[in-house]
Design a protein around this ligand. Structure first.
Ligand SMILES: NC(=O)c1ccc[n+]([C@@H]2O[C@H](COP(=O)([O-])OP(=O)(O)OC[C@H]3O[C@@H](n4cnc5c(N)ncnc54)[C@H](OP(=O)(O)O)[C@@H]3O)[C@@H](O)[C@H]2O)c1
Length: 268
């Protein structure tokens, strides 16, 4: 089903985007890989080529409309079509709201995690309509619940889900499907190190431990490919977290207690 299909992957230079690219390559897809770090992107591209994929790399920033247009143009020039947009690029934060010294942090999170997705979708939609393709948007379980120390990240991931709820209705009958992906914590990514801190800079290396329930990038990527094949509309990883948004409606105090406990565990 993915053989000879063309997928654009944003944020392909590390973490989930890089492993998703490799899984897509194993499944026979060809790839347009996009991120800002050229060297890391080239390494991922080499691994995908070794798995048999044709790959084009495009260096750019999802917050720049012209970079997103250029990405789609390069993919079409190389492969003649686009079947999937994996809207994956993102950044995080780790800071109490009251301690944040510069509210520009919130703008950066919205520009990358929300507007970055909108920019990619806007550029690629005409191509996806031709192929009756699919948008795969990596949100987070934090798109449905609150998590302390993540106010701006939570807001940006809620925005992504709201955007796609509306767009899905507009695209009804167009042949283009939308899969929103809501993972729990993932291990083995650069997200924590590139997360914004209270002074607006990146946090860098930290000794913060991942919770025991964190997901491997391989498991997450395999689940995403399965959901793509079934043209699903939403994927929560792990599946048991599907209960959280419901529990939040019924008893938000319990959810707040659970979530605060998990974050405190990691904030030591
Ligand atoms: N890690 C988790 O626990 C977790 C949980 C749920 C959801 N997610 C989501 O999963 C996605 C991937 O994150 P990850 O955990 O794999 O972290 P990661 O390793 O830091 O990957 C983030 C990717 O996004 C790219 N990126 C960031 N800002 C960009 C920009 N302005 N323009 C273009 N590319 C940009 C980065 O590449 P460059 O720096 O080279 O541009 C990198 O390739 C994100 O949307 C994240 O919110 C992560």
């Amino acid at each position: 089903m993915l053989k000879n299909k063309v997928a654009i992957v944003t944020g392909a230079s590390s973490g989930l985007g890089s492993v998703l690219a490799e899984e897509l390559a194993k499944a026979g897809a060809h790839l347009a890989l996009f991120a800002r770090r050229e060297g890391k992107l080239a390494e991922v591209a080499e691994r995908c080529r070794a798995l048999g994929a044709r790959v084009v790399t495009v260096v750019g920033d999802v917050t720049e409309v012209e970079d997103c247009k250029h990405l789609v143009a390069e993919a079409v020039a190389e492969f003649g079509q686009v079947d999937y947009l994996m809207a994956n690029a993102g950044i995080s934060m780790w800071a109490r709201f009251e301690e944040i010294e510069d509210v520009a942090v919130f703008g950066k999170l919205m520009e990358t995690n929300y507007l970055g997705v909108v920019n990619g979708v806007h550029a690629v939609l005409p191509e996806l309509k031709k192929t009756r393709g699919m948008i795969v948007a990596i949100s987070s379980i934090q798109g449905k619940i609150g998590v302390p120390l993540h106010t701006g990240y939570v807001a940006s991931k809620h925005a992504v889900l709201g955007f796609f709820e509306a767009l899905r209705m507009e695209l009804d009958g167009s042949g283009v499907d939308i899969l929103t992906v809501l993972p729990h914590w993932l291990r083995g990514t650069d997200l924590r190190q590139s997360a914004l801190g209270k002074d607006g800079g990146t946090l860098g290396e930290s000794s913060r431990k991942h919770s025991k329930e964190s997901i491997t990038l391989e498991d997450c990527s395999v689940a995403i490919l399965k959901a793509m094949k079934k043209r699903k509309r939403e994927l929560v990883i792990p599946w048991k977290l599907r209960v959280l948004p419901w529990l939040n409606l019924l008893n938000p105090k319990i959810v707040a207690w659970l979530v605060k406990g998990k974050v405190t565990e990691q904030d030591k």
